[in-house]
Ligand binder design. Sequence first.
Ligand code: KMH
Ligand code: ZN
Length: 279
Amino acid sequence: MSTETPLLITVAPTGAETCKQTHPQLPTTPREILDTARSCEQAGAGLIHVHLRDDEHRSTLNLERAREVVGLLRAETSLVVQISTGGSVHDSFDDRLAVLEAGAESCSLSMGTLNFGGEVFLNPWGFIVDLYQGTQELGIVPEFELFDLGQVHALGRLISEHGRPAGGRIHADIVMNVPGGVPGTPAALLAAVQCLTQEVDSWSATGIGRATIPVALAALSLGGHLRVGMEDVLTFAPGRPVQHNRELVERAAGLGRLAQRPPMDGAGARQLLNVKPAV
Ligand code: KMH
Ligand code: ZN
């Protein structure tokens, strides 16, 4: 990976944890998610990481809702569509596996259990393997979510025991500053990158909350890609809430241009991850 590589910006617009009632600008309905996706695509995003909400704006993995949102995004944007298999900490393993059937070309795949704030995000080894084999069977390109150094190590184990993913490319996302995970510091990012298995083809990083800017700057300087969005950060600057996911994508694109790494579009993201062209 080089610092001359064009920049993949992933937008994670919704997440599972933030409450629509306290953050009305959070996109939760299929229409709002689609409008956000279009706007973020114009601003430089190449991939969208999708969480679903029900009609009451609560986190859900309902398959019908998943198919609706994925179908809209695939029909109306060129973004690579990545469904979250993490869901919320309350979702069952069965529901997290079933969402592979939503028609998305990519999915997230978390590489281990961790404390997640006051809750526990459960990803035992057997479940990781089931999910991974599901992606291989269905031809879905996984993005490996790495929340701490043990999970970075576990990715090497998964690849050596179960082979390469669908599409052949290994792309990881280092998620930093979750209370319970790796801290959101340049030193921790460097440690994680140095521990990645040599087989990793590309990686992005995201810093939760106030780690967003230090992690972005460190990732850019190490040749990594960026994930931004209201799943991860709700404050644009001290005392200034995020108004729209687009402004986070615009900021990431601006940092990328400064680093002489202009953002890649959906077609570029497909090439990077070896995801089939949009139909
Ligand atoms: N909501 C977190 C518990 C993923 O999308 O795959 C898990 C998560 C990871 O957001
Ligand atoms: Zn997520």
